[in-house]
Structure formats: C-alpha cells, structure tokens
Design a protein around this ligand. Sequence first.
Ligand code: NAD
Length: 549
Amino acid sequence: MHRPIEIELGKMSCRSWSQEGIYRLLLNVLHPDVAEKWQDLLVYGGTGKAARNVESLDTIIHALKNLKDDETLLIQSGKAVGVIQSHPEAARVLVTSSHLVPSHATWEEFRRLEGCGLTMYGQSTAASWAYIGMQGVLQGTCDTFGELADQHFNGSLKGKIVLSSGLGGMGSAQPLAVEMHGGVAIIVEVNPDKVIRRLRNSQVEVATDSLEKAWQLAREYADNGQPVSIALMGNAAEIYPQCLRENKLPDVVTDQTAAHDLLAGYIPASLSPGKAIELRLRDPERYLAMSLDSIARHGQAMLEFAQKGAIVFDYGNNIRGQAEKAGVKDIWSIPSFVNAFLRPVLSVGKGPIRWVALSGNPKDIYRLDKALLKRWPEEEHLARWIRFVQERVHFQGLPARGCWLNYTQRIALSEMISELVRNGELSGPIAVTRDHLDGGSVAAPHRETEGMLDGSDAIADWPILNALTNATCGADLVSLQHGGGVGIGESIHAGMTVIIDGTDSAERRGNRVLKADPSMGIIRHADAGYEGAIQASQRLGLRPWDDKR
Ligand code: NAD
C-alpha cells in the first residue's frame, strides 16, 4: 500500500452500523499510529496481519461496503471467500485465521502454504481487527507486574530493576507497567526505529546504546526509590549474558521479543534489522540456525538469572519452547505469566475487554470512563487504572479504552453503552471487543492453559465452544484463530466484537454476548476443578448440575 486508507468519520460507508463498525475497526488496525508496519498490512506480534495482501484488503472493503443486514461475510485467513444469506441478528462477519490440520501444524508447513498464497498469520487481534495499540495489553501487563510485586516484593516494585526486551506492539506496554508499580525498567530493543517511536510516544523516558549507562541510571533511580524506563538499544541475546558476566543482576527478568517466530520475528545476535530482512529472504535456513543459536544464549541467560535469585517468567512469546529446541535444559522451570500471576483472575470471569469510539471522538471514551467510575465508586483498582491511562496513554487511531472487567461489569458495560448511545450522550456507536487472552477463549499449553489443575492444558474444545457461543448469541464479528502469541501449533483462540449502536437489536445481542463470553471462562475453569470458578458457576447457574454437589 502506498498510503493508509483513512476512515471517513463524517459519513457512512456501509449500509448499517454493524458493517460500518467492523469496517472502521479494520481500517483502524492499519492506521499508521496503530499498526507496526501498515504498508505491509502488519499490525503487531511479528507478522500478525490484517489481510492477506492488498487485493484481499480491497475485496474485504468492497464486501463490507455492500454487505446487507441479513448477510454474513466469510473471511478465511485474511481473504474474503464468500457471503452467505443469514439473518439480521446473526454475526455479520466470521473470521478464521491460520488454521492447519493438527498433524500439519508446523511453521515449515505454514510458511510453505503462506508462500503459495493460501494462508496468512493473523496473531490474535490483527486478523480479527480488534487491535487498539499498546493500550490493549497494558492493563494485563500492569496486573502481571502488580501480582508479581504482591507475591514477591510487598506490593511494590519501588527500588527494583526489571530487565526485559522488545519494544514492539505488545512489548511497549512493559515500561509503563513497571513504572506504574514504582519500578525501574530496562528494555532491550534491537531496532533503533522502534526506540525512537516509543520515545516519541512517551512510552519510554530515556534511550541509550550503552549497558553501562543504562545500568548506572537504573541503579541510581532504584536506589532513590524512583521509577524510570530506559530503552537499551542492543540484542537481548548479547545483553542478557553480558549482564551476567558483569554481575549486573536485575530483580525481575522477562522477554517480549517476537520469539514465537524465529524466522520473521526474532532477530539473531550480530544482525541489524536491515541485515535481518535481507538474510531472511536470501538464506532462511541460515537465519533460522542463527536464531536458534541466539535463543540458546538468551534462554540460558534467563535461566541463570533465575538461579541467581531473580524472578524470571515467560511473557507469552514461547521463548521457552524455542530455547528447548535450541537445547537449553531445565528451561521449563521458568513459569508462564498466566500460570504464575493471572489465572486466579481469569478463572472467575475477569478479563481484557476493550471498547472503541467509532465516532473518532475522544470525549466518548472519557464519558464512558466517568460512567464506569460513577457505577463502581468503591473499586479503587478501577479508579487507579482509569486515572493512570488518562494521564499516561495517548490514543492510537480511534479513541479506545482497554480494561479488565469481571462478569457483572461486562454486562453492565454493555447496558451502559447502549443507554448512552441511545440518549445521544455519546457522539456515535461503540465497538466492544476483547483480547484473545481470556479465561475461556484460548487453549495454549505453553501459555494461558499451562499447568491446568486437571491436566487439560492441550484440550482445544474450549475456544471453539467460545466462538460458537458468541456466534449463537449474535456478536457482530466472531473469530477463531490459530497460533497467536506463541506461534503455529501452539494455540487456538477466539475473539468477538459487538457494535452497540443504540438499537434494540444491538442492545439484545450486546447483553447476550457480554454475558455468554465471560461465562465461558468460568465454565472452562469450573470444569477443570478451580474452586473460585465452581462457586461462581453455582452462583450464576451456569452448570445447573453443580447444585447437586
Ligand atoms: P513485535 O513484532 O511488534 O515486536 C517485537 C520486538 O522485538 C521488535 O521491536 C523487534 O525489533 C524486537 N526484537 C526481536 N528480536 C530481538 C532481539 N533478539 N533482541 C532485542 N529485540 C528484539 O511483537 P509484539 O506485538 O511486541 O509481541 C511480542 C511477543 O509477545 C510476540 O512473540 C507475541 O506473539 C507475544 N504476545 C504476547 C502477548 C501477551 O499478552 N503477553 C500478547 C500477544 C502477543
């Protein structure tokens, strides 16, 4: 693409708000402030794309503009493949991405088929057009570091140094999250352009290419109990071992390079980003060998940090799986972030919901912030979160808010939005959607479902049931995808979007979906034997037979 496609906010490009909302979300994930590389349709997470190619994007746009209120558009891995006659309360768009038959689900086979033009890597919210930029994972990142602080450091990261890597779409949430808990973040990033972009957006405060300087500054701030975030230009596979050699020992270590994809995401030591692009194309086998060699050093260093007393965790990029392939023994002694920190919350139906002002008017988001705070004045956590994002986060693309809400709050949110749109207190409809990392929406044995109580880590029925449930309840868009976060062969996950436009139909469907969707997280965890989930399911009548216990 030579120039980004702009959303014409003042006019309707589609027949109704359902199609129009989805159309605006599609263009939003490709907005230059949102997408990591809009020219190549790359949204985030390594090669997570919004459409298979420019021609496919044009066809999808054309199809959405012409889609009738009783039709459903089918998207197969970033390409429009058909329109079926459905009915007005059915999903308007159904998306599947990156699926392969299980015995064929390897990166090698995926790349072969991608090369034949038959598929596309959709990450989680890239292909489902629900990505809103860094804010979408910020609260999950804040809660992860918050829980870590509670478990290990008496509730605060004050005086602590966190070392991580990757300032990409997701990774750039890390510095803000660490600062929110009073800590010092050093984030290693190999691409200077990403560092400049994060500095410009105030997502990091300082940048340097010297470990010595970064460490000195970090120590100074930590010793004074002051938060700061430092981008350190370099390669994590070199910097982590160097820290160990020089006895620079952080309190917490993790990583958010795009390690799930060793060819098109991770950059091996000694290659600049430019050289990496060139070698990937010229000699992919050599590139992969270099990546594995670097991952071995990177993963081994993480293990050694843990042995020296740091709190070390895998932040959802499958670095442990890759390190195992590279020969690092004992790498699985490092826990995943969900298992270590987030499961208690996810298992009772609380999760990452987000809403987008389709009008483009930031005031709509602030009005909803106010409504939320008024509705739950006693929720200090929520108030602190809203204050923090209002102060520290710039909107990227369409104004949006990402927030972790529980079962009751999600239903109330849907009712609240419907009322405010209907009364004209918001300047336009709102799209409510969520991250794929939720209690019942994903199966990923090395991430969200690692170490399940009943051993059901690799059971992938749950996200499929989740998608079917949301389609049954009338979400405007339902997606079922493969390989997000951790890569091909490693995950199946589902997403949903409802467009709340003040009509009775949208209100009905919004209420149904925002009730059913978190129910899946509770049901999934109740089935696995989590006590909190069993109690929630009994309270909500989700598994009537549980009453007989
Ligand atoms: P991204 O591709 O936008 O960014 C990755 C960054 O890592 C890039 O800026 C790249 O230059 C940098 N990088 C690559 N190799 C490096 C190296 N060796 N040393 C230093 N920097 C290096 O990806 P993203 O959206 O930020 O996602 C990061 C990872 O997290 C991915 O693997 C993704 O699948 C996973 N992920 C995690 C979550 C979560 O909630 N924790 C959610 C979605 C995705």
